[in-house]
Design a binder for this molecule. Structure first.
Ligand SMILES: Cc1ncc(COP(=O)(O)O)c(C=O)c1O
Length: 394
């Protein structure tokens, strides 16, 4: 007999730790921009694993790469060279203009690697980080120390020392927080988890200038905003700056777990054998998927389409706002990383959208976050907008 949704949820509540506020459906399969639950209901997926399935579900190039690589070699140790890993590093380096990559398994791990690399660069004299209030860098102890949000940090203190948080957008506060022991400023090019907050070009260029003035590193957490999400290969390319280290994860292998950092050569070369490692980092299967995904995600024509579709998505949201004054406070974002701040409850709106066959993520009380597959079509966007309009006006 087929397992029911109720059974999966009951067993999940009994056997799986309660770390997620889960919605009451079991996602069973996916294709393109759509997923189906265990009961056969179809949903338009505007969450995409939270910016993970950027090529949509079951992309043939990624599926083929996983199939072929799984038959050839799933895993081998980083004691040996791995061809796919080298090729993916080359692609990321060439598209970013940085120097060398290191591979791990998640966004938090990528940020751990970035923090350790900056401290190694600082030679024990420079170890302090300036981070941003409302940031999100992950939930391991190091990445949590950089995540300046009391709600996440409080139950887990003491955390690693050496992190000072300042408001995003305030260059004076940033400069005042830089100390002789500071090794880096670390921030997201767009704050994802705290509401799709996009800093200005002037601010990002100001951060770069302050890092240069004090001879410290600029680390950009591109875990959510990187790899085509904003319509550029990397989010920093929207701001006319080049950071010293970037961290990546989420979309990098379109759903196969992987994280990475890419750094300028003079910084990357501070890591020597034994300084940092990961058994599964850059494994043949993950980098096969990563190479297949990134070859598409970082392609110019693909990115031009992301920019166009993102503009269309935002324009359609703004049009709903104009037709119904007082419902939508702001539409913000770059490419297909979009926040729609409502005057009412985004949780209620997301719950209603779920009932109507659309997956949308609510962050905080008022923001609907849209991070759909980058392959979403205008027709798919058109199918969603009347549903949203109806939900927002009822
Ligand atoms: C900007 C950013 N950094 C880091 C992370 C943590 O990534 P992971 O959940 O893969 O550890 C996230 C996850 O949402 C993120 O959005």
């Amino acid at each position: 007999m087929k397992t029911t949704t109720a059974q999966v949820i009951a067993d999940g509540q009994k056997y799986v730790m309660n770390t997620y506020g889960r919605l009451p459906i079991v996602i069973d399969k996916g294709e393109g921009c759509y997923v189906w639950d265990l009961d056969g209901n179809k949903y338009l997926d505007l969450v995409a694993g939270i910016a993970v399935n950027s090529l949509g579900h079951g992309h043939p190039a990624v599926v083929q790469a996983i199939k072929e690589q799984s038959e050839q070699l799933l895993h081998c140790s980083n004691l040996y060279w791995i061809e796919n890993q080298v090729n993916l590093a080359k692609l990321l380096v060439e598209k970013s203009g940085l120097g060398k990559a290191f591979f791990c398994n998640s966004g938090a791990e990528a940020n751990e690697a970035a923090i350790k690399l900056a401290r190694k660069w600082g030679k024990g004299e420079k170890y302090h980080f300036v981070v941003m209030q409302k940031s999100f860098h992950g939930r391991t102890l190091g990445s949590l120390a950089a995540t300046a949000q009391e709600k996440y940090q409080k139950p887990f203190i003491p955390l690693p020392e050496g992190f000072t948080a300042v408001p995003l957008g305030d260059l004076e506060a940033l400069e005042a927080a830089i100390r002789p022991e500071t090794c880096a400023v670390m921030l997201e090019p767009i704050q994802g988890e705290s509401g799709i907050n996009v800093p200005s070009v002037e601010y990002m260029q100001g951060v770069r200038a302050l890092c240069d003035k004090y001879g410290i590193l600029m680390i950009l957490d591109e875990v959510q905003a990187g790899l085509g999400r904003t319509g550029k290969p990397f989010a920093f390319q929207n701001f006319g700056i080049v950071p010293d280290i970037i961290s990546l994860a989420k979309a990098i292998a379109n759903g196969v777990p992987m994280g990475a950092i890419v750094a300028k050569d003079e910084v990357a070369d501070c890591f020597q054998p034994g300084d940092h490692a990961s058994t599964f980092g850059g494994t043949p299967i993950a980098t096969a998927a990563g190479l297949a995904a990134c070859n598409i995600l970082l392609d110019d024509a693909f990115l031009a389409n992301v920019q166009e579709t993102g503009e269309y998505f935002r324009a359609e949201l703004r049009a709903i706002g104009e037709r119904h004054p007082g419902r939508i406070k702001e539409v913000r974002g770059l490419g297909l990383m979009i926040g729609c701040e409502l005057t009412g409850s985004s949780k209620e709106a997301a719950a209603e959208l779920l009932k109507r066959g659309v997956l949308v993520n609510s962050i905080g009380e008022h923001v609907l976050r849209f991070v759909p597959p980058l392959t979403i079509t205008k027709a798919e966007i058109d199918s969603f907008m009347p549903i949203l309009e109806d939900v927002l006006t009822k």
